[in-house]
Structure formats: structure tokens, C-alpha cells
Design a protein around this ligand. Sequence first.
Ligand code: BGP
Length: 473
Amino acid sequence: MRKQLPKDFVIGGATAAYQVEGATKEDGKGRVLWDDFLEKQGRFSPDPAADFYHRYDEDLALAEAYGHQVIRLSIAWSRIFPDGAGAVEPRGVAFYHRLFAACAKHHLIPFVTLHHFDTPERLHAIGDWLSQEMLEDFVEYARFCFEEFPEIKHWITINEPTSMAVQQYTSGTFPPAETGHFDKTFQAEHNQIVAHARIVNLYKSMGLDGEIGIVHALQTPYPYSDSSEDQHAADLQDALENRLYLDGTLAGDYAPKTLALIKEILAANQQPMFKYTDEEMAAIKKAAHQLDFVGVNNYFSKWLRAYHGKSETIHNGDGSKGSSVARLHGIGEEKKPAGIETTDWDWSIYPRGMYDMLMRIHQDYPLVPAIYVTENGIGLKESLPAEVTPNTVIADPKRIDYLKKYLSAVADAIQAGANVKGYFVWSLQDQFSWTNGYSKRYGLFFVDFPTQKRYVKQSAEWLKQVSQTHVIP
Ligand code: BGP
């Protein structure tokens, strides 16, 4: 039988400022942590990305025409406060007013993220999420946005705090590209949870007419075998990436088991426990009781087996299938069981992982009022046919197949009781990927980057049907 989605289930596409806007040197925008890092790497540039800074109206018109009701956007902190704090750049403020007005014109409800991996350079240089000054400035930037943009009714504090902390200090794929610093990773995780909590509490104290949530990257870690050692490795991986965030933001306290797993990882690596105060924990508790929704970004799952050697990670950043390595001392080694399908970037295709994560939140975190799937999609190597007209529709059967399987898993979770209210495909249009550049395309709409022309993909037509009928064909 064809699976159904609830009638009030909303569908849309996701974007992030740095990945779509381009125009990184325009209208007084300040520098962010990625600018120097990418320049030094010399692999790819964040300009022009999808040139959304100038072409947002065209993309919003496509979203509307293809049946979307919602859209995920982020505000580039450094367009508003080029230095992270202090003087406001009015041209940045004006841009977001224009963008949000265009959303209204195209009947799209924006879900707006305050921090999507783009810390202003000055704050990154003084420690990023490890710096208390950054936390203070982030809260003030949030306050400014809440007062300045009353047209926004759905706010997201931070996008994927785990991706930031783990990739900054454990695997080294995000600047400052440090590896093996589990102590910094957990301290950054806790600090992000505190910053998120203070902002939720601030928002609620302002009595504003809207909702606020957070977006987590949640990949289910499964044991590679049924041995207790592999199960324990999966639990440790879960503690690194998921548990602290789930406990802190959704339950308002760190469970003793979560803290014990973290202490075990730190002890194995001879690193100190992260610091937290009673005042911070009180703020965390208060925020969890006031949170309106949690966003789940789920693309793939992981399998862990016991490993006692040195930490070693190799990132597959160019689509060379099978080149990834992830072995962490004190945690375990990632290894996919035979038969698990993967993308060219070694991401497993495992919709069951989406179902299990949605059900875990539903069952283990009863304070959570609502869940949105805020990112899901597949990165593919795609190109334009030799002959194109503006009406050319690009065939992307793999994406349709992926979306169908994952949306079906979402429908199953709803059927089983999870309150999932909407789904955002990553991504609306092809865009720039932090560690993979421009060859990993996720969009419902193809962007020919040299000309910036847009072409519809078949997946956009498929999703329009879902959005209009609430049936997954
Ligand atoms: C999430 C991020 C997005 C996006 C997506 C795809 O982690 O929130 O910003 O980039 O993943 O990831 P990637 O670009 O690494 O393939």
C-alpha cells in the first residue's frame, strides 16, 4: 500500500547562507572561519555558490511552483555584525528583510537558523565555541535578530552543533582542523548547548509570537556485530555525536550513563573532563522545558566495531568511493556490514536509521513537542546533458529512490506515534558543500555554476506530487 503523510505535513527545501549566497565580499559582510581556510586549501571557493544573494527570488519562485510550503534559510551572522559584535551593517539587515519579504510573496514559511557553521572570523580566532566571549556575542546577535525580524515565526538556534564540534576538534575537517582533541570536542558541545539554552530562554522571556528549536545531525550508530564489545563501541560513538546533545537540549540534563561514556572516552585518551556549572545546568533545564521543536538531520547511519589502536580519519572529500577511514582511539572503528549500499562519498543509504532515530526521540525524550526532519537528501555527481533548453528536466532516479525510501521511513515513524510535522530536503538547489565543493550535488534544482542557470530535476516534480497529494508514490 502507498504510504500517506498527514494532511498538515509541510514540505520544503533547505539552504544555508554560506552555501548558497555567494557574495562573500559584498555589502560589508565580515569574514568567517571558512574564508582563510578555503583560500589556503585552494580546492574551491565559496563564491559564487548558487548566487542566492542576487537570485533568491528565482529560487523562491521555483520552490513555490514545485509545491513547497516551507523553506530553511540561515542568517549569516557576519552580514549583520561583520565583526561578530559591535557595529551593525545595515546593508546586511536590509538584505534579510528583502529575502523574508520574498518568502512571504512566494507563500513560503521560513525556518531561520542563527548559526549554520559560519562563525565570524574574530570570534573563531579567540576560540569559537570554546570562548565565553563568543557565547555572549551569540546571545546578543540572537536578541538583535529577534527584535529586528518579527516577520520570522520559526527560529533555529544552531545547525548541527555536533558536526561543528567533532569536525573542528576530533576529525579535523572543519577549521581549525585539529584532530584527537576529545576534551575540546566535549567542551565545545557543552558550550553550544549552553548558548542554545540561553537563547531559547531569552526568546521565551521576550514573549514573542513564534517558535524556537534546534537542529541536530543524528546518525544512528549500530554495532557491527552482536558482540558486547561492538555494542559498547556503538554506545561510545553515540556519546561522542548524539547523547550529550539529546540529553542537554531535549531532556535538560545529562544522564549519568552519558557522562560515564564521555569520561571513558576522555580517560582512554588521557584528556580532562569538560567543565560545567550549576548555573549553566539550570539554564539548560529551563530551555528543554520551553523548546518548541527539534530538527533532525539524518542522511546515513554508522556501524561501529571495537578498536584499540591509534586514531586515524581519512575524509572522502572528492567522491572516491571506499576511501573513508574512521577509527577513534577510545571509541571504535566504523565498518559497514556487507550489503549496505553507499554513495560515492561513502554515506550509507539506510532509511531504517531515520526511523530508529525519530522513534528514539519520540520514546526517550518525552518533553519534545514536535519534530521536523530539517535535512535529508543524497549527494550525487550530476551534469548537464550536451544539449539543453531552459525546459530541460534532469533525470535523477537515484535521488527519487532515496527520497522515497527515507520519506517512507518518516511516514512509518508518524504511524508509530512520532509527532513529525514536516520534511526539508537537503537541498533546495545545488550549492557549495563545505568539504566537498561543487561536485557533490544535492539540489531539487540543478545549478549550472558557470552560468548560474537553473534546471528542474525530476526529483522536484516527484516531490511536488508528494506535497500535493500527501501520498508517497
Ligand atoms: C549537513 C549540513 C549542511 C550540508 C549537508 C550535506 O551536515 O548541515 O550544511 O552541507 O550536511 O553535507 P555535505 O555538504 O558534507 O555533503
